[in-house]
Design a protein around this ligand. Structure first.
Ligand SMILES: *[C@@H]1O[C@H](CO)[C@@H](O)[C@H](O)[C@H]1NC(C)=O
Ligand SMILES: *[C@@H]1O[C@H](CO)[C@@H](O)[C@H](O)[C@H]1NC(C)=O
Ligand SMILES: *[C@@H]1O[C@H](CO)[C@@H](O)[C@H](O)[C@H]1NC(C)=O
Length: 338
């Protein structure tokens, strides 16, 4: 009896999810409708429970929380006034559009530890109820997923199959590519078709998907600009995207290692937003430590925060303005001090 009930629940769970799929075969639709009709009472009471327990490609599980993202960017991300503004505007605009012309493509640039991974996590959490654990969020790291340059063709076919398979399962899928500057150009070529303005590719629309590229490319230029501001005694918060934009595209174009992928993506205007991440100063590291302590339930740690932040290494050597690793590794440092 128990097993039968469980089987039925499982079946209904599958129905609940597949009912959301846009392209459903006529036969299974009629079966679904027939079953649903027969089990109306049962369904009515169990449907919500099923949606509740089983992550589905439905608004119960996927819906953008603008206030949430805005609050998170404001309270949990430090020293990134430009990135914060662009990301909110980009994601909000995209998610409010019922019929986007192309998938959202964000390219996040900056020094290590400045918050690129963190921001993609905040985006994921603002869209998927399961956050980064959602089965609709996919993260690829070149060193982990595509380590051997001799197997690029295999990787490429596999990656295309994954993107295709996942987007046909759920149009609102998110793909994050870490260490994009280390990614083989052949693989990037493989992704390109999915980023473009196609209505449909092989019957599948990719226009509701989100692609996020993370890279250190342009980080040096961004840092130089931030340092120029600092040297001139100008307020960091006065820095605007246009102060960085030319630098960013220049360095991205000129950098031999990363130039290739960017050139081809930029040339075709496939990247919707370049998001620069500024290097972090002492006060931002302090904020990171305080936030981490607060997350651990300790709000009385200014002294510790100071200690941890002072223990971090800063550059350039003479001025010591920016943290070499940003807020990376703060957690383990904090373990040491408390
Ligand atoms: C959106 O985020 C805010 C702030 O984190 C939270 O209070 C609110 O409950 C969220 N709304 C939904 C519908 O999840
Ligand atoms: C979705 O992507 C994951 C990798 O994140 C892959 O393992 C899985 O096979 C893909 N699913 C489909 C249906 O292609
Ligand atoms: C908070 O951290 C400080 C400094 O390490 C420590 O003295 C204090 O006991 C901590 N408080 C709590 C509630 O953990």
């Amino acid at each position: 009896m128990k097993t039968r009930k469980r089987l039925l629940l499982l079946l209904l769970g599958m129905l609940a999810c597949s009912a959301a799929a846009e392209a459903i075969e006529p036969i299974s639709t009629s079966i679904a409708v027939g079953m649903a009709a027969a089990l109306t009472g049962f369904l009515a009471s169990y449907q919500n429970i099923l949606y509740y327990f089983n992550e589905c490609c439905r608004s119960e599980w996927i819906s953008f929380n603008r206030t949430g993202l805005e609050a998170d960017l404001e309270n949990k991300l430090f020293g990134q006034h430009i990135a914060s503004r662009i990301v909110l505007k980009a994601v909000n605009g995209f998610m409010s559009n019922e019929n986007p012309k192309k998938p959202l493509v964000l390219s996040l640039h900056g020094w290590t530890g400045t918050g690129k991974n963190f921001v993609s996590q905040l985006i994921g959490e603002s869209i998927y109820r399961e956050g980064m654990a959602s089965s609709f969020v996919h993260i690829f790291t070149s060193e982990l997923h595509f380590p051997h340059s001799g197997q690029i063709e295999t990787y490429k076919a596999q990656l295309q199959q994954w993107i295709k398979g996942n987007v046909s399962n759920c149009a609102r899928s998110m793909f994050i590519f870490d260490e994009m500057d280390k990614m083989h150009p052949g693989l990037i070529d493989g992704i390109k078709p999915y980023l473009d303005y196609y209505d449909k590719l092989d019957g599948i629309s990719y226009r509701k998907a989100i692609f996020i590229f993370l890279s250190n490319a342009g980080g040096e230029r961004i840092t130089q600009t931030a340092l120029d501001f600092w040297t001139a005694g100008r307020n960091r918060e006065e820095m605007e995207l246009r102060d960085l934009e030319t630098d960013l595209s220049l360095s991205v174009f000129n950098n031999k290692k990363s130039g290739l992928w960017h050139t081809s993506l930029i040339d075709k205007n496939l990247v919707d937003f370049f998001v620069p991440f500024l290097p972090l100063e002492y006060r931002h590291v302090v904020q990171c430590v305080l936030a981490e302590m607060k997350a651990r339930g300790n709000t009385s740690g200014m002294k510790v925060a100071d200690q941890v932040a002072r223990d971090v290494i800063y550059f350039p050597k003479s001025e010591r303005v920016f943290a070499v690793k940003g807020c990376k590794g703060i957690e383990s440092k904090l373990d040491y001090y408390t």
